[in-house]
Design a binder for this molecule. Structure first.
Ligand SMILES: NC(=O)c1ccc[n+]([C@@H]2O[C@H](COP(=O)([O-])OP(=O)(O)OC[C@H]3O[C@@H](n4cnc5c(N)ncnc54)[C@H](O)[C@@H]3O)[C@@H](O)[C@H]2O)c1
Ligand SMILES: O=P(O)(O)OC[C@H](O)CO
Length: 378
């Protein structure tokens, strides 16, 4: 557990980061765009559009959301969203604010924005970032709501760093115990946001207090953090652990088994973050919504849990289950498990992360679930 000093330090950071959002602090009203319109993409677009409508002292009213165009019952999804104010494909039965405008033109959405909220399944980030090239991002900032990592031959990279290096776009992160359907239905949730000061920051430009204004809702409480690595890695790796929780649930084991998977998962999440990201602080995992709370909610009712559970019950391939169960949505733990496994294999470190390796071996290499307890015995 985190020490009292660590918890106090976190509270102090929160106070520092949230003390000064006032209208006079900023040089203009900022225009918000959302890149992505899946399950979470649309839920976040809804809440930032609510804030844009209510907080006219900070934000322009209209929020543009990039929608990868597709046809739903013979109609364009953008046309449906803009006329019926509902994303019938990825977030059905939730009414969206009328100031949220769906736009199929990615460049158009990004070019006209000051603050870009990026929210797509992480396996598509590289191709979307390539399509976003050619815009001057020097006066824009971004927040990544993706949960994943980028694995390179030199080790793992945070997705916010990938965005910065690929586009020259300063990028913070948002991650937390945030099952999209609950947030979209305005059921109380918390989240964690890290938005470090941009290297070329000038007075009056978007800062951490403004980011809190952007996301904070009465039903969605924002904790600020200065630990970008911890916030990002918690969200990425819990997806793998939630698959494991699903496996033991599907195998008919009890809550004790699931708790054992979560306990071991917390250790491996912290170990991975500490080994690869020197700025990581363990209390981000043990105290914030982006850490232990996200692990708990994901292992209780997330998509990764459901996919892992069905794998254990049905014996179908994991990809088939993802397609059958999620209807075009993504279980990010499948990609992350593979990325982590490849990295650990290359670096000859498989034995140091037995839970994540075992989950990968069960879903991809035919390892029986009954082997899991032996593999993680300490
Ligand atoms: N859904 C949740 O409850 C939730 C909550 C918190 C965080 N997240 C994270 O948010 C991120 C986005 O997840 P989501 O739930 O919005 O997405 P999703 O799983 O609903 O995926 C569907 C989206 O992917 C898009 N897509 C499909 N193929 C694509 C391609 N080739 N290129 C670009 N986009 C493509 C679709 O157009 C659609 O917008 C993920 O990293 C996820 O882990 C999700
Ligand atoms: O449904 P999952 O497994 O993608 O998890 C959703 C969120 O990340 C929970 O915070």
């Amino acid at each position: 557990m985190a020490s009292t000093t660590a918890v106090r330090r976190l509270q102090q950071i929160q106070r520092n980061l949230t003390s000064s959002a006032s209208e006079s602090s900023y040089k203009k009203k900022f225009r918000i765009a959302v890149v992505g319109s899946g399950n979470w993409g649309t839920a976040v677009a809804k809440l930032v559009a609510e804030n844009a409508a209510e907080k006219g002292q900070f934000f322009e009213r209209e929020v543009r959301m990039w929608v990868r165009e597709e046809s739903v019952h013979g109609r364009n999804l953008t046309e449906i969203i803009n006329s019926e104010h509902e994303n019938v494909r990825y977030l059905p039965q939730v009414t969206l604010p009328t100031n949220l405008v769906a736009d199929p033109n990615l460049q158009n959405v990004a070019k006209n924005a000051d603050i870009i909220v990026i929210n797509i399944p992480h396996q598509f980030l590289k191709s979307v970032a390539d399509q976003l090239k050619g815009i001057d991002y020097s006066k824009k900032v971004a927040i990544s709501c993706l949960k994943g990592i980028d694995v390179t031959p030199n080790g793992p990279k945070l997705l916010s760093d990938f965005i910065h290096q690929h586009l020259g776009l300063h990028c913070g992160v948002l991650s937390g115990a945030n099952i999209a359907s609950e947030v979209a239905r305005e059921k109380f949730s918390e989240t964690t946001v890290a938005f470090p000061v941009a290297p070329n920051y000038e007075q009056g430009e978007p800062d951490a207090p403004l980011m809190k204004e952007l996301f904070q809702r009465p039903y969605f409480h924002v904790q600020m953090s200065d630990d970008t690595a911890g916030v990002s890695i918690g969200g990425a790796l819990k997806n793998v652990i939630a698959l494991g929780a699903g496996l033991v649930e599907g195998a008919g084991w009890g809550d004790n088994a699931k708790a054992a998977v979560m306990r071991r998962g917390l250790i491996e999440m912290s170990q991975f973050a500490a080994d690869y990201f020197p700025s990581f602080r363990p209390e981000t995992i043990s105290t914030t919504s982006a850490g232990v709370a996200d692990l708990i909610t994901s292992c209780a009712g997330g998509r990764n849990l459901k996919v892992g559970r069905e794998f254990a019950r049905s014996g179908k391939s994991i990809k088939q289950i993802e397609a059958d169960l999620l209807n075009g949505q993504s279980a990010q733990g499948l990609v992350t498990a593979e990325e982590v496994y490849e990295l650990l294999t290359k670096q000859n470190r498989l034995e140091e992360f037995p839970l994540m390796v075992t989950i990968y071996d069960i879903i991809n290499n035919g390892l029986p679930i009954s082997e899991l307890p032996n593999r993680i015995r300490e």
